[in-house]
Design a protein around this ligand. Structure first.
Ligand SMILES: [Zn+2]
Ligand SMILES: [Zn+2]
Length: 241
């Protein structure tokens, strides 16, 4: 686990034949009010819990898990993570929280073929991710958590309830799978995806001043070039109709 900035830790995903999302831990340690962003793929909880402990972060300080979205590579090890953090709340955007609570896992798997493959690979049963989401986010909230202020931005397109977290004082953006480094963006062919919404979401993110980009996969970037997201959106615009 790497410290990206004060109050921001990064645990890289460990990809297998399915990618494992990066996990971020946010919050000033002294507040004992930390948030874990995106647990990751099925089977990755013990690796991530160990990484957190190695950094000297007390598990008791982690008060909630926030999901950028509910794809399997981000939510897969949530049940395992919550065994280590049984007190933690779960926060996610309303558009994916409600289906999750109802046991509708179409967003988790994205497509039927992938569902049967994962159920076989990981022994997952239907309803494995059904659980209460303690806080349904709507977008445009400012979360005062762990001595930091994170703005929630609803960025559908890759999935219906995708959110970004943005800290304007540190110019730090956690965009889930909507935009990555190296002019890459998230796929827009899974359940609930919508290319024109993705285009609008990229345009919205392009308005932000971003210095540190902490995406769901691939490399993180410190010292992001000004206009990077705008340029990425421009390159992809012809495909996002
Ligand atoms: Zn992902
Ligand atoms: Zn995704």
């Amino acid at each position: 686990m790497e410290k990206v900035a004060h109050g921001i830790w990064f645990i890289p995903g460990q990809d297998e034949f399915i990618p494992d999302s990066h996990t971020y831990v946010l919050g000033e340690p002294s507040t004992q009010d930390l948030s874990l962003i995106d647990p990751g793929l099925t089977g990755k909880a013990s690796y991530k819990i160990q990484a957190i402990q190695k950094m000297g972060v007390e598990l008791e300080a982690i008060k909630r898990v926030i999901l950028t979205h509910t794809h399997l590579d981000h939510i897969g090890c949530l049940p395992e993570i919550l065994e280590h953090l049984p007190w933690a709340e779960l926060w996610a955007h309303e558009a994916e929280a409600t289906p999750l609570e109802q046991g509708d896992e179409r967003t988790v798997y994205g497509m039927e073929m992938f569902r049967s493959m994962c159920e076989m690979q990981y022994g997952l049963k239907p309803g494995a991710f059904a659980r209460t989401v303690d806080r349904h986010l709507e977008g445009d909230e400012v979360l005062n958590i762990g001595g930091m202020k994170w703005q929630v931005i609803h960025i559908p397109g890759h999935s219906m309830g995708g959110i970004a977290l943005y800290d304007d004082s540190r110019k730090t953006l956690i965009p889930g799978d909507v935009v990555y480094a190296d002019y890459a963006i998230g796929r827009f062919d899974l359940h609930g995806a919508d290319p024109s919404e993705l285009n609008r979401s990229l345009t919205r993110l392009a308005e932000l001043e971003v210095d540190i980009l902490l995406p769901g996969h691939n490399r993180i970037v410190k010292g992001l070039a000004p206009g990077y997201i705008r340029e990425t959106a421009k390159q992809w615009e012809p495909y996002l109709v």
